[in-house]
Design a protein around this ligand. Sequence first.
Ligand SMILES: O=C(O)Cc1cc(O)ccc1O
Ligand SMILES: [Fe+2]
Length: 439
Amino acid sequence: MSGIEQARKTAEGLDHSAGFGNQHSSEAVAGALPHGRNSPQRAPLGLYAEQLSGSAFTEPRADNRRSWLYRIRPSAAHPAFTRTDNGGLRSAPFTETVPDPNRLRWNPLPDPAPGTDFLSGLWTLGGNGDATQRAGMAIHLYHANTSMTDRVFSDSDGELLIVPERGGLLLRTELGLLRAEPGHVALIPRGVRFRVELLEETARGYVCENYGRPFELPDLGPIGANGLANARDFLAPVAAYEDREGPVEVVNKFCGNLWTATYDHSPLDVVAWHGNHTPYVYDLHRFNVIGTISYDHPDPSIFTVLTSPSDTPGLAGVDFVVFAPRWLVGEDTFRPPYFHRNVMSEYMGLIDGAYDAKADGFVPGGGSLHNMMSAHGPDRETFDRASAAELKPQKIDDGLAFMFETRWPVTATAQAASAGHLQRGYDDVWQGLTRAFRP
Ligand SMILES: O=C(O)Cc1cc(O)ccc1O
Ligand SMILES: [Fe+2]
């Protein structure tokens, strides 16, 4: 059996623990999880107890995040980390280029060199904020053709929202295994170590690195108690551990740089855990899409899957928004996204098919950046078609697009601003929208 077949087999029928933000608990060996206390004098089965905090100890209960891990060796027993090459990874503050008000669009990343894994395949497009201030976000793409073997990664700078576009991923995390296929999203919390194995020959996708407050479900307001992304559809892993001796490289992203250390064992050795600082996966097809049943095009905030609030209510550090299959029924309505200028900055990617604001040029694996106040909306072809369309109920089910929408402008990295796959002439899609004014 090939490595890939083996990985797929392992991925099938993965156990999980459902719910968003709740206290999960799991043990891979009966009796490994202490009862009645977190830190008994001697942890069960000769394990070491360790708390992993994702929030300050003193944050309000609703925001407090931590997990207790019961592991074969304490994380503290490790050699020194040394600097290693950052590859295509860049971090905030982004100062390589001047923030650009132009509308930008990219084709997919070129094919990676042989032997590129998820970590070495990460390529930063841009972002905002400051990783050391725990504010802002970065947009990365990845393109990999090899599983990570004998190495794991953790990000001290933020949580990682992984959006696969091509090729399934098996995520082996300290808290257990998750499978993320195109159309799913996976979240690795700040500081959690993980390894990415490919379920196909290649894997491609997007990553939002969120330096700010962890993603949470948006409030539903008048929508009521249910709708959008439902908490029960988020799946955390169950405990699964590696009891493995031998050299394992542990790579840590810390304040923008990669650091490496070689351990003499796998740090994915957590036999039991409980808590709410957990990885999770969510199938975007489960999103309960709400839209108009009368007229007008609602603002896309109604498609928010996850939000990272900033210090100003309603003003997200970053929102993750999905444009999922849905019915359009609006009467006397221009149905695709309207022309607009937005104080928020919008990075969009495409997981599958097409997007209803763009006739062509916005392709799976590619992306567009419409920075703060830049004018955008339907391209000419879409405008012409939608202005003339007969307004029957219409199912949009030929694509899956998403947006990382952030309160701060996105500055591109030098590699993104000069990339061969940056589309020259994107402005032209709005050419030919000539005057039709007839006073
Ligand atoms: O620019 C975009 O395509 C994203 C978007 C979609 C929409 O339905 C309304 C506003 C908006 O910014
Ligand atoms: Fe927009």
